[in-house]
Design a protein around this ligand. Structure first.
Ligand code: 5GP
Ligand code: ZN
Length: 113
């Protein structure tokens, strides 16, 4: 989508710190990190969010989580990290291109705020 922030980042029109890329997904450092590790794993396909995803996106959503797990292992934060999808504005979703937050490197409390 032409005016979507993450599509623009994917095309290199908006700068980002890209830390991973494969055929289906890429990952960038969050601009406003909520922990020592805060990475966004983003499918290259534009999907507005989890509630807009369809059965054909099943594998892609799984890939995003496995990419997050791989980055967590590389960063040695496997003692505790969280993968999060914020769904809808009331849950804090502000960018309407599906993305998995990978947050770790610190103690994470439950329930989240
Ligand atoms: P959401 O609030 O939609 O779940 O997550 C959007 C995330 O994107 C937020 O954590 C926010 O800090 C991050 N973000 C917003 N604009 C940019 C940007 O221009 N570059 C990067 N790297 N992250 C961004
Ligand atoms: Zn997009």
């Amino acid at each position: 989508m032409s005016d979507c922030l993450f599509c623009r980042i994917m095309r290199g029109e908006v700068p980002s710190k890209k830390i991973y890329e494969d055929e289906h997904t890429f990952a960038i450092e969050d601009i406003n990190p909520q922990g020592p590790t805060h990475v966004l794993v983003i499918p290259k396909k534009h999907i507005a969010g989890l509630k807009e995803a369809t059965a054909e996106d099943t594998e892609l959503i799984g890939r995003c989580h496995l990419t997050a797990a791989r980055i967590a292992k590389e960063r040695s934060i496997e003692d505790g990290y969280r993968t999060v999808l914020n769904v809808g504005p009331r849950a804090g979703q502000s960018v309407f291109h599906l993305h998995v937050h990978l947050i770790g490197g610190r103690t994470l409390h439950w329930p989240p705020g």
